[in-house]
Design a protein around this ligand. Structure first.
Ligand code: GTP
Ligand code: MG
Length: 219
């Protein structure tokens, strides 16, 4: 996994054209909520209890199949620490989906969700899809944010909601699959209405995926 605090890592090389779509996804949220752990669980099926705070931004690539299409996920794991904010927000542009994560045992991380949502609005493009993720459900005894509070906030923000555990591998794959599914749904809508694309839309169209594949979208 690449990492760099100053200039940030170069995007993964795209010489492997063996995919129909490329989705750029970001994981954001306060430091220590479990973003890196979540990505390692999903991409490598590993977990470590040691906390190594992310410096700047890292990424991993994973290819998934959906409706006979190969979708290459470029998943960016951002540092939650405030001092990296300028670097990390620079990566929001062009992201098709966000996992906005908080820790169910950490009230501050939940209260920060609104600010993170504002950052998404400010720095990403209008059609980016967002899932709210309450992580660390394996620590039920230390829970301070109820499922209902999480769901309510998600409803208020217009996001879908998942509770997860990177440690116990609860809902990790499902969360990514749902994010991919809603991006695919949006893509199908956007292809249908392509000619009538909204004027003044910020950033790339979902059909900026390889053009040849976009014509055969089965999502
Ligand atoms: P930054 O890189 O600083 O933004 O933090 P992060 O959000 O990437 O947090 P990270 O994944 O490094 O996890 C922080 C700590 O929480 C580590 O000690 C992890 O082992 C632990 N952790 C992550 N996910 C879970 C989980 O689902 N359950 C439990 N019990 N611990 C977790
Ligand atoms: Mg991290």
């Amino acid at each position: 996994m690449a990492s760099a605090a100053e200039s940030g890592p170069a995007p993964p090389r795209e010489s492997d054209q063996n995919f129909d779509y490329m989705f750029k996804l970001l994981i954001i949220g306060n430091s220590s909520v479990g973003k890196t752990s979540f990505l390692f669980r999903y991409a490598d099926d590993t977990f470590t209890s040691a906390f190594v705070s992310t410096v700047g931004i890292d990424f991993k690539v994973k290819t998934v199949c959906r409706n006979d299409k190969r979708i290459k996920l470029q998943i960016w794991d951002t540092a939650g620490q405030e001092r990296y904010r300028t670097i990390t927000t620079a990566y929001y542009r062009g992201a098709m989906g966000f996992l906005l994560m908080y820790d169910i045992t950490n009230e501050d991380s939940f209260h920060a969700v609104q600010d993170w949502a504002t950052q998404i609005k400010t720095y990403s493009w209008d059609n980016a899809q967002v899932l709210l993720v309450g992580n660390k459900v394996d620590m039920e005894d230390e829970r301070v944010v109820s499922t209902q509070q999480g769901r309510q906030l998600a409803d208020q923000l217009g996001f879908e909601f998942f509770e997860t555990s990177a440690k116990d591998n609860i809902n990790v794959r499902q969360t990514f699959e749902r994010l991919v599914a809603i991006i695919c749904e949006k893509m199908a809508d956007s292809l249908e209405g392509e000619s009538a694309a909204a004027p003044g839309k910020k950033g790339p169209s979902l059909s900026d995926a390889p053009a040849q594949a976009a014509q055969h979208c089965g999502c």
